[in-house]
Ligand binder design. Structure first.
Ligand SMILES: NC(=O)c1ccc[n+]([C@@H]2O[C@H](COP(=O)([O-])OP(=O)(O)OC[C@H]3O[C@@H](n4cnc5c(N)ncnc54)[C@H](OP(=O)(O)O)[C@@H]3O)[C@@H](O)[C@H]2O)c1
Length: 257
């Protein structure tokens, strides 16, 4: 494994158009506020419209660029809705500088033999099928700027699935495989930087659901991830293309060298 440490710099996000899924809560919310505060127009995709409206108000009150709300249930990534979405972004902005696949669900934490297959399918739809379909549809818009970024939020169990993590682990494992495939395929033909990030233990609703007995104060807040995530998103940053990053800054290539 090739492990390196990231050197972070201050990147400008002025005028960038960035779509982030699962913007209303947890890591996605903290990231959206941060990107907006640094000048990006955030296209906030999520199913919880009330939460997205509250975030919209917060961004506007801070005097940051007006975001857009995209109501979308990723468990139903139907092709017509995706075509509609791409056409709306194309009409309004004409391109995309960044796409962050952050939304995910945990599913069940039980032995595989007891895992409900309906939950298994739903986890795959949200964590894998929807990001794949959205990526395919949005690639043309990501190819328009001179440089853009595509960030997949994964997990430690996405690199090495572990017992009792069920569909969550396997969907993230598939997502990392997809990121590797795409990175290899697009390395020489586009200026899209593809990265995977593993946030590590972070104080959110998902972490609480996975570890109900844990003291939330014992894990880092989402804000701790912002410098690294910004580094991976800003087209102007020096982050290498085609790498998987851990929250401690270590990184390794997505495609085996
Ligand atoms: N927190 C950690 O310790 C940790 C560790 C490793 C990896 N991660 C990864 O980090 C990312 C963010 O997780 P988080 O901890 O911030 O979790 P979170 O607080 O549960 O937030 C998840 C986000 O995904 C959205 N979402 C879920 N299902 C959706 C659907 N069907 N359609 C649209 N949006 C949907 C949620 O919206 P609703 O509010 O509507 O549910 C929410 O905005 C995930 O990819 C997760 O796997 C987190």
């Amino acid at each position: 494994m090739n492990q390196n440490s990231v050197e972070l710099e201050m990147e400008s996000l002025d005028g960038l158009i960035i779509l982030i899924t699962g913007a209303n809560a947890g890591i996605g919310r903290a990231l959206t506020l941060d990107l907006a505060h640094r000048g990006a127009t955030c296209l906030m995709l999520g199913r919880n419209v009330t939460g997205l409206e509250a975030l919209y108000d917060e961004i506007m009150a801070a005097g940051d660029p007006e975001p857009a709300i995209i109501p979308f249930d990723l468990s139903q990534p139907n092709p017509e809705r995706i075509v509609e979405l791409v056409s709306a972004i194309n009409d309004q902005y004409g391109h995309l500088d960044g796409l962050i696949h952050n939304a995910a669900i945990l599913g069940e934490r039980v032995p595989f033999q007891q895992y409900k297959l309906s939950t298994w399918s739903e986890v795959f739809r949200v964590n894998f099928d929807a990001p794949v379909a959205l990526t395919q549809a949005l690639l043309p818009l990501l190819q328009r700027p001179k440089a853009s970024s595509l960030l997949f939020v994964s997990s430690s169990v996405g690199k090495a699935p572990r017992a009792y993590w069920g569909a969550y682990a396997n969907s993230k494992y598939a997502l990392e495989g997809f990121a590797a495939l795409l990175s290899d395929e697009l390395a020489n033909t586009t200026n899209i930087r593809i990265s995977v990030v593993n946030p590590g233990a972070t104080r959110t609703n998902m972490r609480k659901a996975a570890y109900p007995a844990e003291n939330p104060a014992s894990v880092k807040a989402p804000d701790a991830l912002l410098p690294l995530m910004r580094h991976l998103i800003a087209p102007s940053s020096s982050a290498p293309r085609g790498y998987r990053f851990d929250s401690n800054g270590n990184f390794e290539p997505l495609v085996a060298e």
